[in-house]
Design a protein around this ligand. Structure first.
Ligand code: PXG
Length: 455
């Protein structure tokens, strides 16, 4: 890419580029941070500053930056077959081979995959497929999908409707019909009066109450992220998912695991549902599937659903030009090969995950930190106004933003959701780099505490 001065990039950016989830005017006034290259776990900006990427891009660069193998595979595939579609009875080797591998890698109920370009499109696909399934089962009234408050399932019309973020619903007339939300399993905010195990059961019972309220003959499916990512790394108590599964089975409703963040090793298992011990009927996949080197998403469809779609189905009238794009699929195959070869998931489970969690928990003694939580290579710090009483800040979100800005200024990407600070570093991060992350995080907590007069 041609070289320009940072100021010129910022000027052109503010004139022509509308960024996602951004206050356009505020960003134009401030100027964006221009990232020009990356290597391993480090980003480099247009001023040459090195930044430790504690968020794997956006929860996705699981194998780290600078993997030439993926660039080589992409170039080779572009020369051989840059594109062909998979409509009209066509297919190509990269999409077929990746499908075979995903069938092998995912839990045993999955043999089939439908490709999309993103997690959002995959969730839209599931809404249509789940409703189609119930039509074919002669239960067309089963159209309601139950999700959770503060869930994130994407930005398309169905994705944002499934999501439980009121600020998103307020723009564009959402949610679309027949999508409803129940309490999220957020012990720190909703359940602190009882033990986590007891609260997990209580939160799961909200599903039963909602099904009873609606009438089970109207309910198609329940969707959840095994761990809510964008909502603030909300890790349900161990009692939650097994109880959710029991309720879904009791009423015959489909269970959807949105694995866009938890999938591909983040928790120390290949998929979050394996960590929590439940067996979904659909899985949404994206992000870590290609480690972000190419856009690719998909829906894993269990035999329960696929058999009906195939046996009774006729046409499923849905698909994208880029469904199963050959370059994206070829990159995904190589990405999975690297993950297996370097035993990255096992590494998260046995080595670097426990190390990061141990060091991350040391931050619990900081005066700003009310709770530390995490699994594998995902972690969160709950910042609070009064540590002893665990009182949240009155202007929620302000402190998180102050801390996030200190992080950037000190060479660390940590994400803020409200006043929860989040990390999800690449699975290849070393112990020395974890030490660097913890040291920088502590320094930034100190700077934040000094700014707001805590401690
Ligand atoms: N499901 C989950 C669980 C996600 O985290 C999506 C679906 C949508 O995927 P696409 O590929 O359409 O973006 C996501 C995406 C954040 C942040 O700020 C998180 C996501 C996307 C953008 C920002 O944490 N997750």
């Amino acid at each position: 890419m041609n070289k320009r001065a940072t100021r010129d990039w910022q000027e052109l950016d503010s004139q022509h580029y509308l960024h996602p989830f951004t206050d356009f005017r505020a960003l134009a006034a401030e100027g964006s941070r221009i990232i020009t290259r990356a290597e391993g776990v480090y980003l480099y900006d247009s001023e040459g500053r090195q930044i430790l990427d504690g968020m794997s891009g956006l929860w996705c660069v699981n194998i780290g930056y600078g993997r030439n193998e993926l660039a080589d595979v992409a170039a080779r595939q572009m020369r051989e077959l840059p594109f062909y579609n998979s409509f009209f009875k066509s297919a190509h080797p990269p999409a077929i081979e990746l499908s075979r591998q995903l069938a092998e890698l995912t839990p045993p109920q999955f043999k089939r995959v439908f490709y999309t370009n993103s997690g959002s499109e995959a969730n839209d696909t599931i809404v249509r497929m789940a409703r189609r399934y119930w039509d074919l089962m002669d239960q067309p009234k089963r159209s309601v999908i139950i999700s959770r408050i503060n869930a994130y399932h994407g930005s398309t019309m169905a994705g944002a409707s499934l999501g439980g973020m009121s600020a998103m619903h307020a723009q564009g007339g959402l949610p679309i019909p027949d999508i409803v939300h129940i309490e999220q399993p957020y012990w720190y905010e909703n359940g602190i009066d009882v033990s986590p195990a007891e609260y997990g059961l209580r939160a799961a019972r909200r599903l039963r109450e909602k099904i009873e309220e609606l009438g089970s003959e109207r309910v198609a499916a329940f969707i959840g992220e095994p761990i809510q990512g964008a909502g603030g790394v909300i890790i349900p108590p161990d009692t939650y998912w097994p109880e959710i599964q029991r309720i879904c089975r009791e009423y015959g409703i489909l269970l959807i695991a949105d694995e866009v963040i938890c999938g591909f090793g983040r928790t120390g298992r290949w998929f979050g549902c394996e960590h929590f011990g439940f067996e979904p009927d659909f899985m949404t996949i994206a992000k870590g599937l290609t480690s972000g080197y190419q856009p690719l998403g998909g829906v894993m469809v269990s035999d329960r659903v696929a058999d009906v779609l195939i046996e009774k189905g006729g046409d499923f009238n849905h698909g994208f030009t880029w469904s199963g794009h050959p370059v994206a699929c070829a990159v995904a195959i190589e990405n999975l090969a690297i993950m297996r070869r370097e035993r990255l998931v096992e590494r998260v489970q046995e080595d670097i995950g426990p190390y990061l969690q141990r060091r991350w928990r040391e931050l619990a003694d900081h005066p700003l930190v009310g709770e530390v939580r995490g699994v594998g290579l995902i972690g969160a710090l709950e910042l609070v106004a009064h540590k002893g009483s665990k009182t949240l800040f009155r202007n929620r979100g302000d402190t998180g933003l102050i801390c996030r800005d200190h992080c950037f200024a000190n060479g660390l990407v940590m994400r803020a959701t409200r006043d929860t600070m989040i990390i999800a570093p690449p699975l290849v991060i070393t112990k020395e780099q974890v030490d660097e992350l913890i040291e920088k995080a502590r320094r930034c907590l100190d700077l934040t505490a000094a700014d707001i007069g805590v401690g």
